[in-house]
Ligand binder design. Structure first.
Ligand code: C5P
Length: 206
């Protein structure tokens, strides 16, 4: 059983995916972290972000076990991740590892940008979770403020829009809903309401 969850940055995919995985006792992989871990390893090693061969080599060394959003959340890492995510060889390397993870028993939840379209097109449940850009920027802003850190709303809003453009505009595996995905617009929905809605879709298939 594979549950594929896609959508743009800060749409609520992460929280929703964790809650679903917990509810059904499935393994969860946040595939954004695989791109972030590759980017961080390049940055830490002082390697260039514009060499596809170098980035691919790093992508092949990424260990899926123990990926942690807390150490990968920095803004520069997200920017670098979305840059290397445009490289087909990097995507091939990470998609291979993601597909292996997807086969774990008793089931898996994978979230990202291309799970329903490229990584696991065979997934029996596909959700495309979205929310308008302003709502997503507001959520990210509130999240950062809640940690007691400084945040600039306009800058976050611009980042969200730029990330969307890059993710939707790239030639390889652009962000888009699979033809058979259920759309879940959370702009005016609480996380609990989004979860209930996802649960009824999943329960109909299980
Ligand atoms: O989800 P997150 O913001 O952590 O992802 C970081 C970047 O990794 C995204 O902006 C996107 O460019 C890339 N990504 C991707 N495909 C995925 C997951 C993330 O291209 N399945």
């Amino acid at each position: 059983m594979i549950i594929a969850i896609d959508g743009p940055a800060a749409a609520g995919k992460g929280t929703l995916s964790r809650k679903i995985a917990e509810t059904y006792g499935f393994h969860h992989l946040d595939t954004g972290l695989t791109y972030r871990a590759t980017a961080k390893a390049l940055l830490d090693a002082g390697l260039p972000l514009d060499s596809e061969a170098v980035a691919e080599d790093m992508a092949r060394r990424v260990e899926l076990a123990g990926l942690n959003r807390d150490v990968l959340s920095a803004h520069e890492i997200g920017e670098a991740a979305s840059q290397i995510a445009t490289m087909p060889a990097v995507r091939r390397a990470l998609v291979e590892a993601q597909r292996r993870f997807a086969q774990k028993k008793p089931g898996t939840v994978l979230d990202g940008r291309d799970i329903g379209t490229v990584v696991c097109p065979e997934a029996p449940v596909k959700l495309f979770v979205t929310a308008n850009a302003e709502v997503r920027a507001r959520r990210r802003f509130d999240e950062i403020r809640a940690k007691g850190q400084a945040a600039d709303f306009d800058q976050i809003f611009d980042d969200v829009k730029r990330r969307d453009e890059r993710d939707m505009g790239r030639a390889d595996s652009p962000l888009k809903p699979a033809a058979d995905a259920h759309l879940l617009d959370t702009s005016e929905m609480s996380i609990e309401a989004a979860f209930q809605s996802a649960k009824s879709i999943i329960d109909a298939v299980l």
